[in-house]
Design a protein around this ligand. Structure first.
Ligand code: AHR
Length: 631
């Protein structure tokens, strides 16, 4: 028997409560969310033709029009009418095209002899049929100066693994730089936009906050490949390439051609946040490389007395987001097409850092941000939960520094999720608020992203909700993964080049985010406070009210292997009523959604009649084993 007191609305559930965390891991940016289909479009990879096959008379040059991406190619006559010059791009595990969709091919080009022509084709290089090309467009280049050219190609078929081929037509040479292919139909139809289906899946979660760009990406395995936001804004053609810190995690999944083009940079991040209705939450480097790789190596980090440029980067980012158009960085934002401020409210400094190395550096950031931007909320980090004593020391230090929120991470097994249902009851109410910035249930020795682990996440999340007075944000991690290019699992959304599927964990997150209410309601189970433990017959629960609509929302998770009768007393509500329900259930604990069966396990809507009990409305129900139900 559960009693929900609907008469007294408790702590506010923050709008930011359930959000998203984007990191360029698992080909989440290039090859994933970012719409670009061409790999190594500016020939800036260390091996200049990575991702390309060249034939005929192709010369690499490095005095191009973009100083930070100077390489380009010149295609010259192959020397015989029966020979050809050109290039083929392999994309990211192929180039995905969809039947009936248009693709925008753009290139910076010049014709040393005044005119030249290229042919641009979508091809299936492995076909047994007569033709490899299935879509072709011609493009004339006029003039000896660099100019941007565009031609559109419509695909007559869906192909997960097409390639892009460019032929030189005729004898006149042509120089080509920043060779790009985007779907015209990106999310919100932006030219430098996001892949529509993935971005839509993010929007459909109704996220309150979007953390970006990492994760370890922020730190780099050493400082030279840390994330530097200033390199990620301005014209995409001139954003320097960065080595992706996730090129290497495990040798058995090694991607030597994993780089960051920064086409999805900080401007695109702010814009995407706005487009999907999430508060942007940037994370910046605190002057330290990843501590996992550089334990106790002071030299891996920036000396404390040389931190100023890092702190300045942080202040400049706030100006880029919020400054008016007369400010240096606000002007750059306006030049990129967004004169209005992005209204940034939060900034995080450091990712999974701990110990004195972090504390001394963080204090300097806190002082500088407070002095210049007192209204911005600062998010520090406790380091990962698995760091034990360091984690507690981290929290103590963040309290002393009076940061607004602390970002804590936990990737833990089933047993942890089942026994941590009272985690936040114990947290100090006078200190900073909690941002559970990375978490996921990692099944021990089992499959990944399978139903059982997602159900335990749902159970644990009742604790986030009951403690909404102190837990202000929570974001599952990681968010995206390419099925052919991943380093880390489980993940929230998986895709190939033309399809995607949402994991069961995605649906759990979505069920919370779309039913978060505005205020916590207190509830008891069999007269006792919610224990959030196996002790209460494996039942976990929380409840909220949505004040504007007066809707009471109760979440119950049955983590036991038996069906259980539940009787929910809604004190303060009288008479017969109808309750809408959303149910996530499955009898196979190892089952998961896949590209071929993307909707194998999805929430089901229903309804049931509530009885007019002696005093209050009562929901009498029987909840199936291993089931998450929202009333
Ligand atoms: O989410 C994957 C990684 O896990 C993040 O980059 C890092 O913060 C954590 O260790």
């Amino acid at each position: 028997v559960m009693d929900v007191n609907t008469k007294k609305a408790g702590a506010t559930v923050q709008n930011t409560m359930y959000g998203l965390f984007f990191e360029d891991i698992n080909y989440a940016a290039d090859g994933g969310l970012y719409g670009e289909l061409v790999k190594n479009r500016s020939f800036e990879f260390p091996q200049s033709f990575m991702g390309w096959q060249t034939f005929g008379n192709v010369t690499l040059k490095n005095d191009g029009p973009f100083e930070r991406c100077p390489h380009y190619v010149e295609l010259g006559y192959a020397g015989h009418s029966e020979r050809r010059t050109g290039l083929v791009n392999e994309g990211y595990f192929g180039i995905g095209v969809i039947e009936g969709e248009e693709y925008r091919f753009t290139v910076w080009a010049k014709a040393p002899k005044g005119t030249a022509r290229i042919r641009v084709q979508l091809i299936d290089a492995n076909t047994m049929g007569e033709r490899q090309d299935f879509a072709t467009a011609k493009l004339d280049v006029n003039g000896t100066e660099w100019k941007k050219y565009e031609v559109r190609i419509k695909s007559p078929r869906t192909d997960n693994k097409a390639s892009l081929r460019i032929f030189l037509d005729g004898k006149n040479p042509v120089a080509l730089e920043h060779i790009s292919l985007f779907p015209v139909n990106t999310f919100k139809n932006r030219e430098n936009g996001m892949r529509r289906d993935i971005a839509q899946a993010l929007a459909d979660m109704h996220p309150g906050v979007l953390r970006f760009p990492g994760g370890c990406i922020v730190e780099g395995e050493c400082l030279d490949n840390r994330y530097q936001w200033k390199n990620t804004i301005g014209p995409v053609e001139n954003r320097p390439l960065n080595r992706n810190r996730w090129e290497f995690t495990f040798e058995h999944r090694y991607y030597p051609d994993y780089f960051q083009s920064y086409g999805l940079g900080f401007f695109e991040f702010f814009q995407l946040s706005e487009d999907i209705g999430a508060e942007p939450l940037p994370v910046l480097n605190v002057g330290m490389a990843c501590q996992y790789q550089n334990r106790n190596n002071e030299k891996a980090h920036v000396p404390v007395d040389e931190l100023d440029p890092y702190i300045q980067d942080c202040l400049d980012l706030i100006e880029f987001a919020n400054g008016d158009t007369t400010t240096t960085w606000g002007k750059k934002r306006a030049e990129m097409g967004h004169p209005a401020p992005f209204n940034l409210k939060f900034i995080a400094v450091g990712n999974e850092q701990w110990g004195d190395f972090y504390f001394v550096r963080m204090q300097k950031f806190v002082d500088a941000i407070r002095a210049k931007y007192p209204k911005i909320q600062i998010i520090g980090t406790s380091g990962p939960d698995s760091e034990g004593k360091n984690f507690d020391l981290g929290w103590e230090a963040m309290k002393r520094q009076k940061v607004d929120l602390v970002d804590e991470h936990f990737y833990r097994p089933e047993s942890w999720f089942l026994t941590s249902g009272l985690r936040y009851e114990k947290y100090d109410r006078k200190g900073p608020k909690v941002f559970a910035g990375e978490y996921a249930c990692h099944g021990k020795g089992k499959k990944w992203n399978h139903y059982e682990t997602s159900l335990y996440e749902a159970a644990f999340m009742t604790d986030l909700e009951r403690n909404a007075d102190i837990v202000h944000m929570a974001t599952y991690a990681p968010m995206l993964a390419h099925v052919e290019g991943w380093q880390w699992r489980p993940d929230l959304i998986w895709y190939d080049n033309v399809r995607l599927f949402k994991s069961v964990s995605y649906y759990v997150q979505q069920m919370y985010a779309m039913n978060k209410g505005t205020n916590v309601l207190t509830m008891t189970m069999d007269g006792q406070p919610i224990a959030g433990q196996e002790g209460q017959d494996g039942l976990f629960a929380s409840s909220v009210i949505d004040k504007p609509s007066g809707t009471v929302i109760v979440k119950v998770i049955n983590t036991s292997k038996q069906k259980q009768p539940v009787s929910i007393n809604l004190s303060g509500i009288k008479g017969e009523r109808k309750a809408e329900t959303i149910t996530l259930t499955c009898t196979d604990m190892m089952a998961e959604n896949t590209l071929d069966e993307p909707e194998k396990i999805v929430p089901q809507e229903g309804s049931l009649n509530c009885e007019a009990g002696k005093k209050n409305t009562v929901i009498n129900d029987e909840i199936a084993p291993m089931t998450f139900r929202i009333y």
